[in-house]
Each structure stands twice: as C-alpha cells, then as structure tokens.
Design a protein around this ligand. Sequence first.
Ligand SMILES: [Zn+2]
Ligand SMILES: [Zn+2]
Length: 366
Amino acid sequence: MASQIPKTQKAAVIENPGTNGTVVIRNDVPVAEPGPNEILVKLEYSGLCRSEIRALLAWGVYNPIVGHEGVGTVVKAGDDCGASLLGKRVGVKWLYSACGNCSVCRRGYSNNCPRQLNTGKHVPGTLQQYVIADARYVTTRIPESLASEVVSPLLCAGLTMMGGLAKVDSHMANLGAQKDDKDIWVVISGSGGGLGHLGVQLASLKRAGRYNVIAVDSGDDKRALSLSSGAHHFVDYKQSDDDTEKAVKEITGGEGAHAVLVVSGSEDAFRTAPRLVHNMGLIVTIGLPHNDFTLPISASVCSARSLTVTGVAVDTEQRMEELLKLTASGKVTPAVEVRDFDETPAIIEQLRTDKVTGRIVVKIPE
Ligand SMILES: [Zn+2]
Ligand SMILES: [Zn+2]
C-alpha cells in the first residue's frame, strides 16, 4: 500500500491571506510522513465550512491548506498506535488533538481543551489528497451504510449542532421542562446553511423529535431547505427586517422563544438574538463573526431578564457517534451538493458571499 503513495499531491492552497487573499489549486504539495501517533489518510471527500473564510481573510493565523470535514482511508501509520486503523475509513475533524491532561479533557470534553490543535489551523487541513491525522482523535465508527460524501458535513456542521442542541436540552431540563413537553420553541438563525439545516433536523419534532423550530434565514432556497428539514415556521429576515422579532413573538404567543441558536456569522443576527428569546431564555453563539465584534447585550437587561448566553465549538466523540447513528437511521439527511475539487476557489467565494444552501462537499481526485 505504501508504495502507491506519491511524493507530491494536489491541494487547494490559500495565498496572500487578507483582503486580497486567493485560493489556488497546486499539484506540487509534498505528501507528509506520519510520525508517532499519526496516520496518513487518503481523502475521498471534504466538506467546505464557512469558517474557512476566516483563513482567507486572515482573521487569525491558519494553515494555508484548510478544510476540516474530511473522509478517507488510512494508508499509512506512524507507529503501533495507528496500525490497527490501516485500511479503515475515518473522519478527520476540526479537533486534531488535545492535551488529554487538563480538567476539561479529563471530563471528556477534549473539543474544549485550551491546548487543542486544529485541522486546517495548526496543521494542514483536508483540502488535499493526503492528510496527516492524530490516530487518537479521528472518527472511526462510521456505519457502512453511510456514503462518505454524506458523512463529511456531519464532522463539523452536524457535530456543532449536536453541541448547540445539547446546551438547549440541559437549559430546558434546568427550567424543569419534561422530555415530552411539546411546547418548546427554538429559533435557528441561519437555518438554510450547512450547519443550520442539520440543526433544524436535529431540533425539530418532525425529525429527531425535540422542539418546535422557527427557522430564520433569507431566500427561497433556504426557505425550502429549512421547511423540508422540519421547521414549523420560516421567517425571512430580509423581507421582514426588524420584524423578525415581531414574527417570532407572534408565533410564540407574545413571549419569545425558549432558545435561539445563532448559527449565522452575521453581526445583525447576534444583535437581534436577545430580542427573540423570552425571559430566562438561552442564547447559543455558534457563528463566527470578526473577532472584534462583541455581543451587544446590556448587562442590566441580561440580569433583569435572567438570560443565559453560552457558546459552542463542535462537540465530543460520543455525540459524533450518536449523530452518525441518527443519520444511518434516516432522522438526519444532510443536504449535500458534490462538486469537483478544482472548483474549490469558486466555492470559497460562494461561501464568502453567503450564497451556499446546505453543504458543498468536494470530491478529492484519486
Ligand atoms: Zn467547520
Ligand atoms: Zn486538555
């Protein structure tokens, strides 16, 4: 197997990150050698997450090769640690590795480790033919029935929404809600994108059997995907503008929703969020606007209305496995558009201008 691995490969590389940043397809990128605990994965598909534009625009220091929703086969192992994975299909996620020793890791939340390394940030990402991964942190239990292009968007988009919904579940449990309570309203802001539509499916009574969902986004395509994903209502924020609040209040009998998940990276979505929840409501931040943007919530209003604000960065491997099972059972159906790898620069531009409905996944050349 090792003899078939080339010395160089095709990759999508970010050049001149910043306002003039571009993505170019190159054929001369070296294939790396796996070290201790590492494996070399020959990729089949990679999803494209909107957060990649942070690397393009230099909103932080990233590796020039981004991508963190990779699915492929292990073709080489650096030591005994990865040898058992040879020939196996694995998922390469945002969490490349964690320290394993801090209090957060010890509680099982390595995705929140302060010393974590990330795929496409600290190490090269999945927009290339061969990627190095840490054998201890790849997703291995992928049901055979699931196609690789369907698994891709689950690795960041789906997993992050599992994290967001888990926060809503524990918040509602704290408020004394019962499991069979059918009267809980959740707003998903940015419902028609890669994360949003999976969040609607996971949150909705019509899919995973949890909550009534009010989807907020804009345009006919995102409306259609939000409603087919199980949303009870769709509010087009561009049509209704500051009436998003009015629409949500009307739907929820005047009180506002129990929780709002801000999936969109739009600053306006964060500004609107506190007005969409009832007193004691939960605001979950998921989208990643520019680092300078701070949450516009008055401390007094937060206290007086007893609001809770929390954030989410992907989720645990245990929830990854739950999500894979939910998808294999048909409760979750990622809306995937498979495109050619060479189209990556155009797709990144589409993401930058917010013109992607569902998830675009690129097929990695063999
Ligand atoms: Zn992502
Ligand atoms: Zn740690």
